[in-house]
Design a protein around this ligand. Structure first.
Ligand code: PAF
Length: 290
């Protein structure tokens, strides 16, 4: 299964099941080529495409996956309404220079079903923020990422820093499971007005979209408050400011250590400010390094 060239344009290989994927991967590995991997849940935007570009620039072959992973959704409505835009995703990946896309079905990734699944322990990394508000979420992420790494023995895998805590969990997974892959964390890509790009943004109506920009605006204000106000005052400021925007409701705002993800008490430590906000029924997260 080699790439198809039509008039000098290269088309990527689409693998719809494990068997197809494995035969392609075996050929790549036999040729000694370096493999970059970008796991996604589809509904792609320029944030994902920046990961593909990073992989294309640094690896011989780039493989992406598109799989809406049921085990990482603790809310069935969220799973049901998660945007699915496969045709445009495939066009965007092809255009970005991706070589292979793996688009499995649930049965491929969960042949034994999604009920009795393995359980990971990431200690205090998973008891805060997303881990606290979305029970089981990171276990589902770890399960699928481990299964994808087993199928796609990448040299390097690329993840977006918008999901800051997810990157920490994946680094911990790679260490615990001794997976020989280098994890590269790439900067959050933002809309021109500052809103962090997210697949969920496409579910915002016009008024929600207008008000959602207050999330990043408020986080950028925090960067200017470091060292001038206490950590507690900054937390109160952010929560009050965002909750005063009519369509926004803060789920959490935390200022945590960049590595341990535990709340900090003063500004002497490397910190990251992380927020989760409900904009109507669309849940958005964002963060800034401080
Ligand atoms: O960040 C995501 O899109 C997902 O959590 C991931 C890493 C693809 C696992 O399903």
């Amino acid at each position: 299964m080699s790439p198809i060239y039509v008039s000098e344009v290269k088309y990527m290989i689409i693998c719809k099941n494990r068997t197809d994927l494995q035969s392609v991967i075996t050929k790549i590995k036999a040729q000694g080529k370096s493999l970059g991997f970008v796991p996604t849940m589809g509904a792609l935007h320029q944030g994902h495409i920046s990961l593909i570009h990073q992989s294309v620039q640094t690896c011989d072959i780039t493989c992406a996956s598109i799989f809406v992973n049921p085990t990482q959704f603790n809310n069935p409505h969220d799973l049901q309404t998660y945007p699915r835009t496969l045709d445009s995703d495939i066009a965007m990946l092809n255009e970005a220079g991706c070589d292979i896309v793996f688009v499995p079905e649930v049965i491929d990734m969960y042949p034994q079903g999604t009920q009795h699944i393995e359980s990971y322990n990431f200690g205090s990394l998973e008891t805060v923020m997303e881990g606290a508000f979305r029970p089981g979420h990171f276990n589902g992420v770890a399960i699928i990422v481990k299964r994808l790494f087993d199928l796609i023995p990448a040299d390097t895998a690329f993840f977006g820093l918008k999901d800051y805590q997810q990157v920490a969990i994946i680094r911990a997974l790679v260490e615990q499971e001794k997976i020989p892959v280098r994890i590269v964390a790439c900067p959050t890509v933002r809309e021109p007005d500052g809103l962090a790009m997210s697949s969920r943004n496409m579910r915002l109506n016009a008024e929600q979209r207008k008000q959602a920009v207050e999330i990043s605006k408020t986080l950028f204000t925090v960067q200017a408050m470091v060292g001038k106000k206490s950590v507690d005052d900054v937390k109160k400021f952010v929560i009050d400011t965002l909750n005063n925007v009519p369509l926004l409701s803060v789920e959490y705002f935390e200022i945590v250590h960049q590595n341990t993800l535990q709340p900090i008490q003063n500004w002497n430590e490397p910190a990251v400010a992380c927020v989760a906000v409900n904009v109507g029924d669309v849940r958005l997260i964002d963060n800034v390094l401080l």
